[in-house]
Write a protein of this length. Structure first.
Length: 144
């Protein structure tokens, strides 16, 4: 094979597909970049909302609110769900004793008869599930 012919084989010729490959690669990179930006925005927004909900749950405790509940109570589970992962910061008192039909003494002493029961620093008491707006109004905590 002549040197000239070898040179031509090594040089990409117009329309040999190398231009198409680089164009496809460019499009893939653009799509990946767009997806990365969207994921970043979603994570940032979720983290921001989570931080606000954490602060709200902590504020309830700082303002003297308490939620009495039981692990077996479906209404308590619904109330907890409103807080999402931030419930771990909420002022929660477990009244159910696993493996027993008894109620925790702290709940008996507080006069809790139904679940969930919310008590507030001013002595107010409400039973049942309540929206976060209501809890914010009762305590003065800013609702996320």
């Amino acid at each position: 094979m002549s040197q000239e012919r070898k040179g031509r084989l090594q040089e990409p010729e117009p329309g040999d597909g190398s231009g198409v490959t680089s164009m496809v690669l460019r499009k893939v990179l653009i799509v990946v970049a767009i997806i990365a930006v969207i994921v970043g925005i979603v994570l940032f927004t979720r983290n921001r909302q989570s931080n606000r909900m954490d602060a709200f749950a902590r504020c309830l405790g700082e303002k003297g609110a308490k939620m009495y509940g039981a692990y077996w109570c479906p209404h308590c589970a619904d109330q907890k769900e409103l807080f999402g992962p931030s419930f771990k910061y909420a002022p929660y008192i477990e009244c159910g004793i696993q493996g027993s039909r008894s109620t925790a003494q702290v709940c008996t002493d507080a006069g809790v008869k139904r679940y969930p029961t919310w008590t507030f620093a001013d002595g107010a008491r409400v039973e049942g599930e309540h929206p976060l707006d209501f809890l914010g109004q009762e305590t003065g905590c800013p609702v996320p």
